[in-house]
Design a protein around this ligand. Structure first.
Ligand code: CDP
Length: 203
């Protein structure tokens, strides 16, 4: 079984997907971490096409994120990596390589997978699709608190990334037609999880 959780930056996808996976005994897939890994590789090898880097990358996801055997869990969360990830994510070759890896992973077992295109591209036949959102200000506030950064700066960076993710030609960020849109503004994690569990029971 697969539960897809898509949505913009700071909507709470990672926290919700991780908690939901734990509650249901499913495995959690953080597809954004894969785009972040390719962004990291493209910093180190600016002369190589990002799609080539994506094909060759050995990405292991778990409690830590390992890139070609190296623990990059902390490094991939840096703001400049977020920005670069949204740039490499617009490259159709990068997307194809990473979607292939994601489909291999979810082929067996039960998953909660989060990203931008899980319900639309990676797994259009997912049993449940949630599109998680929240007001831009609340999303920026959450992310700023997480990073210990200035909310205004985070909001500006987030707006740019949202636009790039939504307007790109390949797999733009949008809710699948059959996704349940869940606005998490003003909700705490437990409330979001409860709502999803109720939706799941009705599936
Ligand atoms: O946690 P946050 O929402 O800030 O970012 P993320 O999920 O780690 O994704 C980082 C970037 O990767 C996004 O801004 C997207 O451009 C890209 N991404 C994507 O295009 N497709 C996905 N399935 C996941 C991430």
């Amino acid at each position: 079984m697969l539960i897809a959780i898509d949505g913009p930056a700071g909507a709470g996808k990672s926290t919700v997907a991780r908690a939901l996976a734990r509650r249901l005994g499913f495995t959690y897939l953080d597809s954004g971490a894969m785009y972040r890994c390719v962004a990291l590789l493209s910093f180190a090898s600016p002369g190589v096409a990002p799609a080539e880097l994506a094909v060759a990358a050995r990405i292991e996801l778990g409690t830590r994120v390992l890139l070609d055997g190296r623990d990059v869990s902390v490094q991939i969360r840096a703001p400049e990596v977020s920005e670069a990830a949204s740039r490499v994510a617009a490259d159709p070759g990068v997307r194809e390589a990473l979607v292939t890896k994601q489909r291999e992973l979810i082929a067996t077992g039960d998953w909660v997978a989060e990203g931008r295109d899980i319900g639309t591209v990676v797994a259009p036949d997912a049993e449940l699709k949630i599109f998680l959102t929240a007001s831009p200000e609340e999303r920026a506030r959450r992310r700023a608190a997480e990073l210990g950064a200035d909310p205004g700066t985070v909001l500006a960076e987030q707006t740019m990334r949202d636009e790039r993710d939504s307007l790109r030609e390949h797999s733009p960020l949008r809710a699948a037609p059959d996704a349940v849109v869940l606005d998490t503004t003003g909700l705490v994690l437990e409330q979001v999880i409860e709502r999803i569990v109720v939706i799941l029971a009705g599936c």
